[in-house]
Design a protein around this ligand. Sequence first.
Ligand SMILES: [Zn+2]
Length: 167
Amino acid sequence: MKPKYKFCPHCGRPLTNDDAHGLKLQYCSPCKMHFFNNPAPGVAVLAVKDGRILLVKRKLDPMKGTWALPGGFMDQGETIVRAGLRELREETGLKAKKGVFFDITTLESTAFGTVLVIAIKAAGITGKLKAGDDALDAGYFDIKKLPFIGFIGHKKFIKKLVKQGLK
Ligand SMILES: [Zn+2]
């Protein structure tokens, strides 16, 4: 479960608990606003080259030091594909012409609560592979010699991709 807010992020006054909309919500009475604490949407990018899959070594928690698909949270105003291609560029230096929807899952995180992860498959990849500022390393891996992958959701996406054939 994500830690709850203590103070209103708009006016800074303490929040109170309120049963509303059938939920136990936090409420700011001066702002007359309930806080829904919705899940956060994130994106994971599947990129394949010569039958190998692109992974990045995480520099930050959660799962710091483990390998994962490139990805991260959506920014305001982005589409999920734009978010995925931005994360791909930031973490690996690679550009992709397009991304198409692949699969979706949810996971529970102590820092962010419920995270909705949407996987996209990148196509038309160009550029020179180089780990970005928020990655320790990046590389294409043979599916039979994968390193430890921290996120269960990412493992599921990779398993499904392998089943479909790595193209
Ligand atoms: Zn307020």
